[in-house]
Write a protein that binds this ligand. Structure first.
Ligand SMILES: Nc1ncnc2c1ncn2[C@@H]1O[C@H](COP(=O)(O)OP(=O)(O)O)[C@@H](O)[C@H]1O
Ligand SMILES: [Mg+2]
Length: 225
């Protein structure tokens, strides 16, 4: 049973893009990996039913080993609705079910680490009881060193291991890119698994080769212990 949980320094920093990259890198290595977007909070109605953009992308690279419903069991229409009750047991069972069918499950979270699902429930609450290695996606932009280090502290304070981090270059115009990466490497204290450059329509590309497969596999093995 091996699970990776993808979090980010913020929303819109490349969690979905990094989830796709990890799934592609693992699948290239012959490792049976599927994605999991347990809770989707921005959904659209389609002829097939309620769908979420991230979960659809994740499903498309999960080699159709599993159905959309298995990848995305919980769909919230409005996360400021006080009547939301997230059934964590449904999410846990969904994860166990995927664990039975593949080698690695790559779980994409929502927002950043302290994301609230309702007035009082933090997303990360259900993770504390799971065996997961967390991968921190750092969207390389102004303020990212501060956000990355605060997030790394919060993950560790919650008792979860950081399996690695990914640098995602969402702002190609940012100065001092190399120095920012160096500082992050020095302070995050987990392996840098890869750098994803600024790309046009990254979701439509094969992103696996931007990650170091060996380091990724090592991180997965460590997380499972
Ligand atoms: N490396 C990149 N280069 C260019 N655009 C990117 C890159 N990574 C992400 N994006 C774009 O930024 C937006 C947010 O990325 P996404 O992976 O959906 O973030 P998150 O899952 O953290 O909300 C998307 O429109 C995506 O296409
Ligand atoms: Mg996403």
């Amino acid at each position: 049973m091996m699970n990776l949980f993808i979090t980010g320094t913020d929303t819109d920093v490349g969690k979905t893009v990094s989830t796709l990259a990890i799934l592609q890198a693992l699948n290239h290595q012959g490792i049976k990996a599927v994605g999991y977007k347990p809770i989707a909070d921005q959904c659209i109605d389609t002829p097939e039913g309620t769908r979420n953009k991230d979960a659809l992308l994740i499903h498309s690279v999960s080699k159709n080993l599993v159905s959309y419903d298995e990848i995305n069991p919980v769909r919230i229409v409005d996360n400021y609705n006080h009547k939301n009750i997230i059934d964590f047991s449904k999410i846990k069972h969904g994860l166990e079910h995927l664990n039975d069918q593949c080698d690695v499950v790559v779980i994409e979270g929502n927002g950043g680490w302290r994301y609230l699902l309702d007035d009082n429930t933090f997303y990360a609450d259900w993770l504390k009881e799971e065996t997961v290695g967390v991968i921190l996606v750092v969207g390389i932009q102004n303020g990212c060193v501060n956000h990355a280090l605060l997030t790394a502290d919060a993950i560790r304070a919650d008792g979860l291991p950081i399996a690695g981090w990914i640098a995602n270059r969402i702002n190609p115009g940012l100065a001092h890119y190399a120095q920012i990466i160096e500082r992050l490497q020095q302070h995050i204290k987990a392996p840098l698994l890869g750098e994803i450059p600024y790309l046009l329509r990254p979701e439509e590309r094969d992103l696996g080769h931007y990650l170091d497969s060996e380091k990724l596999q090592k991180s997965i093995r460590r997380s499972a212990q």
